[in-house]
Write a protein that binds this ligand. Sequence first.
Ligand code: NAP
Length: 518
Amino acid sequence: MSETTILPSYLVDRWQTGSGDGAPVLDAVTGEEVTRVSTEGLDLAAAVGHAREVGGPALRELGFTARAELVKALAGALAERKQELYDLSARAGCTRADAKVDVDGGFGTAMVFAGLGRKGLPEGNLLVEDEEIPLGRGGTFAGRHVLTPLRGVALQINAFNFPVWGMLEKLAPALIAGVPTIVKPATQTVYVAEHAVRIMLEAGVLPDGALQLVSGSVPGVFDLLGGQDMVGFTGSAGTAAKLRSDPAVTRRSVRFNAEADSLNSSVLGPDAAPGTPEFDLFVGALVTEMTVKAGQKCTAIRRAFVPSGRLDEVTDAVSARLAEVVVGAPGADGVTMGALVGRDQRDDVRAQVERIRSQADLVFGDPTSVEVVGADAERGAFLSPILLRSTDRSARAPHEVEAFGPVSTLLPYDGVGDLVEQVARGEGSLAGSVVSADADFVRDAVVGMAPLHGRILVLDRDCAGESTGHGTPMPQLVHGGPGRAGGGEEEGGLRAVRHHLQRTAVQGGPGLAEALAR
Ligand code: NAP
């Protein structure tokens, strides 16, 4: 294998290629090799040093609002060249609609952050957080909190399913905050992220050292991090647990934010009988969440709770809609669901489905075979949508096993108390939804479910037209979740910028903070 097929990394302001044969990255649809990755011989210590010594000072020279302008320019560059990213996303199994969720979602999110930063942040590098707090009777001594950019580097480790959005939702707030960034995309879709980085660099607006990219693994990088650095991680709970226990985090207090996996719930209200708009909204949302990105979304509905008397009606309605799904090559005639990211991922999903099936019935789909349009079903990572149903109240698997694909389980409930007890078995989720027009039920369900979720959508006939949907995190709102979901928080408007700033209580004479901000 010649070295030219290795996907480059962008370190210390130049494209560099790791040595050796590297590891192959395969096309999700054809199984052919797309590229190879290797970071052998790359100097990650130099990259971290470059970010701290060159990127940080250059970004801080600009101030908050100028940096927000810069992020706007990056988003604009990506928007202009989105077609290139759609084309590459197809190799990762994404239909055009899937690619838009990632690509348009990515630059759209960056655009929103840029707008919030331009309007809501001051020009310099000091943000005064609150009103002056008097600390003396005579009025000559007071305190206040100020926020300033960390002087280190943000290492952003992303999951395979959103190579563009997952990067931008972290990168935009970090750059606006003034923290230089090293992006480490997941290997399976690194070629999409690499191209997005290339587009952003070619926009020519970033100062040296502000953005670096590692295409491949990052051995030893945590040893290089210290108390002014932060890690933004998205991926599985297992990897999160491993990284969280690194001495960089436990001893040197590197800030560590995790967005991990999640058994997200959607709830059909007792009022939503067949024939009501809410019943149709619930069924439609479930099918959408199962099939967009072939269900490879951290926010996808894995558990669909239904009043026990409605289980058969919902099973029939969802199955009928799933029967209309056409699985196949992105772009092929009529295809509405693409491939999983790779055959390993498909094997993993099949194994997880078997675990859930040990405590649930399969009511739609065949995990072992699927009819495929425009591609070879075995070469590509194709899988049928799989609907399961569990009526065994002691079953744990549907609440604990994440099958990261087009897989969901229907579960019956009897009353809000039972519902919340079952939802809690997921041990913390990113997103939940309650589909109901019954205000009393909605209140009890949302109050009960809120401590277990980072975000809850209440969907009814009145808001459905403008609703952004169960699975879509909004840059203005918090994304993250307690417990198993990682216990982290991203997005949430300017909160995301503040996560990259140090809060300092300053004490002194009245007007001190204003004087510092000048
Ligand atoms: P993963 O296997 O945990 O990998 C996530 C990232 O961590 C990848 O970039 C991976 O790089 C990297 N990584 C693995 N070991 C590492 C180490 N020792 N040091 C530094 N980096 C390391 O997860 P995935 O398979 O990509 O993503 C699927 C999972 O992510 C699902 O469970 C899903 O629920 C979750 N997810 C969560 C969110 C959210 O916002 N909460 C969003 C999307 C996905 P390599 O690829 O090079 O190994």
